[in-house]
Design a protein around this ligand. Sequence first.
Ligand code: NAG
Ligand code: NAG
Ligand code: NAG
Length: 265
Amino acid sequence: MALLNFSSLVALCFTFLALFSRVVAFNITKILSESSGDFSTFNDLLTQTGLAGDINSHSTITVLAVDNGAASALNGKSKDLMRSYLSLHVILDYFDKKKLGSIKKSQEVTTLFQSSGKAKGKQGYLNVTVTSGNIAFGSAIPGSSLDANLEKEVKTQPYVISVLQVSSLIMPPDLANSTSPPPSKAPHKSPQSSPSAAPEPAGSPSKSPPSKKSPPSADGPSSNDQPAADSPSEGSAAAPAIHAKSSTSILLLSLGLLSLAWSLA
Ligand SMILES: *[C@@H]1O[C@H](CO)[C@@H](O)[C@H](O)[C@H]1NC(C)=O
Ligand SMILES: *[C@@H]1O[C@H](CO)[C@@H](O)[C@H](O)[C@H]1NC(C)=O
Ligand SMILES: *[C@@H]1O[C@H](CO)[C@@H](O)[C@H](O)[C@H]1NC(C)=O
C-alpha cells in the first residue's frame, strides 16, 4: 500500500509538472509595458504587425528591443517591411548577457525572419560579435555593420525568454528589396483561416470538442500565418490551450497507469 501511494504521488507530480511546464507562458506585450525602459513604440509595433503573438507562441526566445528614439527608424515603412525588420530582432534561442559573453569572438544566430520564408541567403541570421567590453549585433549578410550594441537586460527568464535592449535597429537595406513585392508573396490563407483556424487542419465547420483535436498537427511551427489577423491575443491564447490538451492526454495516461498499479496491488 505504501508502495502504491508512493507511485501515485510520483505519477501525480509528473502530471502536474507536465501541466505546468506547458501552460506557463509569457506575454511579450506585458513584459515590455511593465519594464522601466521606453519601449512603447517597439511594443506597439510588435502588436500591430502581429509579431507579439508569434513571439508568445515560442518557448525559447530572445527579443532585441529598442527604445522609442531608435524605433523611429521604422517610421514610414510598410507594415510588411516593419514586420520583416522586427522579426530580425527575435532570435530563436535563449541568450542572456552571460550566455552572450561566453561566445568566442562571434556567432551566427537564427531569427524569426528566417522562418518567414522570405529570407534570402543570410538575411534571416544575425551576427553576434563579442569584443572586450562590448556585445554587438548586426545582420549576418557579409559586409554588414554591427551597429546594434547590447545595452542591458530588460527581462530574463532563463531558457524561456530573454528581452535585451540594443542601441539601434538592425536594418539591412537588402531586406527592403526582398520584401518589396509582397502582393504575390503574401502568405494569404483561405478566408476561413481565422486566428483560431490554424490548429484545425480537419477544417470541421463546427467547433469540435477540444479533446478531439490531434496534438501533433496542432502545433504548426509556421506561426507566421496571421499577419492580417485582427486579434493576436486570440491566436496566442490558442497555443496554451493546445498544450493543455496534450497535457490532458498525459493526465489520462497517468490515470491509466495508476489504475493499472491499483489493480496489481
Ligand atoms: C561577424 O562579423 C564580423 C565583422 O564583420 C566578422 O569578422 C565575423 O566573421 C562575423 N562572424 C560570423 C559568424 O559571421
Ligand atoms: C534595393 O532597392 C534600392 C531602390 O529600390 C536600390 O537602390 C538598391 O540598389 C537595391 N539593393 C539591392 C541589393 O538590390
Ligand atoms: C498580454 O498583455 C497585454 C498587456 O498587459 C494584454 O492587453 C494582452 O491581452 C495580453 N495577451 C495575452 C495573450 O494574454
